[in-house]
Design a protein around this ligand. Structure first.
Ligand code: BG6
Length: 471
């Protein structure tokens, strides 16, 4: 097929995303400064791919200048990372700030700005201090919301003169889902009601952080605050009512539990009824619901990798198994779908367009950014050319295809203002560690974690420079 040219929309930014714990390593941390991710790695290092974990990660703590220089070389316009709560604070109850962490994050932010790259900060990308899990039960406790707000206030005070875009959480449902409901991740629990409490408390924490942000006047010079959701466009297997109802329930119990209250100010009635029916409704008060209603976000972040395809349950739910969302649906794979085989995820770029339309029509066309989208691939070393450069044409294809669908949505009025590829460099993630390589830049684990720009990195440089690409 003949190639077409796609222009980057006016004022649209292209950057990359990462998080603190997936890049920094433990250097500079005190012994008691342990995050959820660190605790997970310490609990079961053998389950992490080839033993790689959070201890060194990409060594961004020592090598941030080198990384930011490469970002500049590629022309990247923004960089989303997080502040590691467990590093930034030394006493999680009183929110005493670590001098070393303050210096480190100031240096990183200043270096980014100096190189013309906009820093965007997420306040919790799975870096909940383990102390708050061990002593308070983590996000299941409303006390933790108060500790979070004390920490957030300190972060705003330190950096809001230079950082204008903030996010309260990254993919807030993922750790509770895998760690509190499905017992696959630390702290290995299986309790759906508690899982729902974690979700509710994160919604409430978001509203309280928004309120704090407003009260302190951080909006005044262009500051914005939001949340990053891993929303999956959800497709029923067929048009029959049972399949459509299954898709509706899947969306309600995973995406809309965050998106509706954080953007529209209320939880969907059907979600509340369902949770009540299964004795899993979270504890809330009328005052809290009013606070949520009055403190909705300014900007949304979306992480999109793959669509969700579901069908109505065909086998009867075993009543002995505790309730979970899958009571209402079964996952379904579309025969012949294009797959990222390494990750086992479908590649469906049009899903990003569909999401954009959902945001436009259901969520009042709120301003938003793609905060993660990318392709994790195993064994990329095998794709090196004679000069050692990874020829990741599949990643170029993936990003280009998603960008063209996103640009089509923008043309049709979607209020998306930026695209961030996950990730700038390869990095660790829970258990998969360096298994799935995501970066525009390779981290060579056999050679002192040296950085080498992949073919896709050279490609994105040209795209940004020329303001367009062909596909
Ligand atoms: C996203 C997370 O869902 O998936 C990232 O926000 C994570 O933190 C990414 O690294 C990729 O995960 P994985 O398991 O494919 O390495």
């Amino acid at each position: 097929m003949a190639k077409r040219t796609f222009n980057i929309p006016k004022n649209f930014k292209i950057g990359t995303s990462a998080s603190a714990w997936q890049t920094e390593g433990w250097k500079g941390k005190l012994e008691n400064q342990i995050s959820w991710a660190d605790a997970f790695y310490k609990a079961v290092p053998e389950r992490w791919y080839e033993g790689y974990g959070t201890a060194v990660a990409t060594d961004f703590y020592s090598r941030y200048k080198e990384d930011i220089a490469i970002m500049k070389e590629l022309g990247l316009q923004s960089y989303r990372t997080s502040i590691d709560w467990s590093r930034f604070i030394t006493n999680y109850e009183t929110a005493e700030v670590s001098e070393d962490a303050l210096r480190f994050y100031n240096d990183v932010i200043n270096e980014l700005i100096d190189k013309g790259i906009q820093p965007i900060i997420c306040l919790e990308h799975w870096e909940l201090p383990d102390y708050l899990i061990k002593n308070y039960g983590g996000w299941g406790s409303k006390k933790v919301i108060e500790f979070y707000l004390k920490y957030v206030e300190k972060v705003f005070e330190a950096f809001s003169d230079r950082v204008k875009i903030w996010y309260t959480f990254n993919e807030p449902i993922v750790v509770p889902m895998l760690g509190i409901s499905e017992a696959m991740w630390y702290p290995f629990k299986s309790d759906y009601k508690e899982f729902m409490q974690w979700n509710y408390n994160k919604v409430l924490a978001t509203a309280k952080a928004v309120k704090l942000f407003r009260e302190k006047g951080y909006h005044n010079d262009g500051g914005k605050i939001g949340i990053i959701i891993n929303a999956s466009p959800t497709y029923p297997r067929s048009d029959n009512e049972a399949d459509k109802a299954a898709a509706e329930m899947a969306e309600l119990l995973t995406d809309r539990i965050y998106m509706d209250p954080c953007i529209l100010g209320t939880f969907p009635g059907k979600l509340i009824e369902t949770l009540k029916k299964h004795n899993c409704l979270f504890d809330y008060t009328a005052d809290e619901l009013a606070l949520i209603k009055n403190n909705t976000i300014d900007i949304l972040g979306i992480n999109y990798y793959a669509p969700r395809r579901v069908k109505a349950r065909t086998s009867k739910w075993n009543e002995e198994i505790p309730f979970s969302a899958e009571y209402y649906f079964e996952n379904w794979s579309m025969p012949g779908a294009k797959m990222n085989v390494s990750r086992g995820w479908e590649i469906y770029a049009r899903g990003l367009y569909d999401l954009a339309m959902t945001i436009k029509y259901r969520y009042n066309n709120i301003e938003w950014m793609v905060m993660e989208n990318g392709m994790g691939v195993m064994g990329e070393e095998a794709h090196k050319d004679a000069n050692g450069v990874i020829q990741d044409d599949y990643r170029i294809d993936y990003v280009a295809d998603h960008l063209r669908w996103l640009f089509k949505a923008v043309e049709e009025g979607a209020n998306c203002v930026a695209y961030h590829m996950w990730n700038f460099t390869d990095n660790v993630s829970p258990m998969n560690a360096f298994r799935n390589r995501y970066g525009f830049v390779e981290i060579d684990l056999k050679d002192n974690r040296n950085r080498r720009i992949k073919k896709s990195g050279h490609w994105i440089k040209e795209v940004i420079k020329n303001g367009k690409f062909e596909y």
